[in-house]
Ligand binder design. Structure first.
Ligand SMILES: Cc1cc2nc3c(=O)[nH]c(=O)nc-3n(C[C@H](O)[C@H](O)[C@H](O)COP(=O)(O)O)c2cc1C
Length: 266
């Protein structure tokens, strides 16, 4: 076999060295990225919890930018509710309970029957995490997590009801993918303002709250239960109506709210 020339041997050595250096650099970089992800994970979890608490405080009307978040949150009591019965559950720690995780676990969640799934939620956890706003030890508001499909995306938010479990105090959507300038009217303060004082259930106990197409007429006999939509973005408004219909309905928080309305929610 003919011997390799000194030039060919040098070329092979250069290629090998280049590959080794590239391998070393990529190993160092990937271990750096992996360690950063591990080190930053607790901080990310902390930030996510703080962000959720801010959203809850805002919809509860208690948010003050300069105040201590944890201190503000002391007036809010998270409770786990069994949705089917509407009863509080004592055996699950609200601080540790994650309804999103539970909704992925077949043992702890249920498939929503298609005829009831107007908000296209798919599956939901059997237990919900609700937030009670307490003033001087008395229930002052109830904060309910809500979610469902708009036009392009799943909307995630909170609905705040007054202690009568009927009058709306506020609504917020902290996550959505609707179009800026169209469907994103759902996060505008002026639109949120329209919800304050609306009622969810009529005198016969039927769920009547909805977002209409266009404006609610001044002489609309159902004006107390209706919120203006936005022209050109009716479909996102319809999505919000569906979310309200599902979550305040019999398959959602209905049994829990009925208990509160009957004064049996303590
Ligand atoms: C690019 C694009 C983005 C749109 N985004 C939204 C949206 O986020 N929400 C929405 O309700 N309608 C959106 N629309 C309009 C809807 O397709 C639909 O026409 C509208 O919701 C109907 O409302 P209207 O009956 O009041 O006109 C969008 C339309 C286009 C072309």
């Amino acid at each position: 076999m003919p011997e390799a020339s000194p030039q060919a041997t040098a070329r092979t050595e250069t290629v090998t060295r280049t590959l080794l250096v590239a391998l070393f650099v990529s190993l160092v970089c990937s271990s750096f990225v992996a360690s950063a992800a591990i080190v930053l994970k607790p901080r990310q979890v902390e930030n996510a919890i703080a962000e959720m608490r801010r959203n809850i405080l805002q919809v509860a009307g208690l948010w003050a930018p300069d105040a201590d978040l944890d201190e503000l949150f002391e007036s809010i009591e998270p409770r786990v509710v069994e949705l089917e019965t509407g009863a509080y559950v004592e055996g699950i720690d609200p601080e540790a309970y994650d309804p999103v995780e539970a909704s992925k676990d077949p043992a702890r969640s249920i498939e929503i029957p298609s005829e009831l799934d107007v908000a296209k939620v798919g599956r939901r956890a059997k237990h919900a995490l609700v937030y009670l706003v307490l003033r001087d030890g008395e229930l002052s508001k109830i904060i309910l997590p809500i979610s469902g499909y708009g036009l392009w995306s799943t909307l995630h938010g909170f609905l705040a009801l007054e202690a009568d479990a009927n009058t709306v105090a506020d609504i917020t959507f902290y996550e959505h993918g609707e179009t800026p300038g169209l469907g994103d009217f759902i996060v505008k303060p002026a639109w949120r303002e329209l919800w304050r004082g609306k009622r969810a259930f009529d005198d016969s106990g039927s769920l009547a709250l909805s977002v209409v197409k266009g404006r609610v007429a001044d002489d609309d006999p159902l004006a107390d239960y209706r919120v203006d939509g936005v022209s050109g973005a009716t479909l996102t408004g319809n999505g919000v109506t569906n979310i309200i219909q599902y979550w305040l309905g019999e398959h959602g928080y209905g049994p829990f709210l009925a208990k509160l309305q009957a004064g049996a929610g303590s």
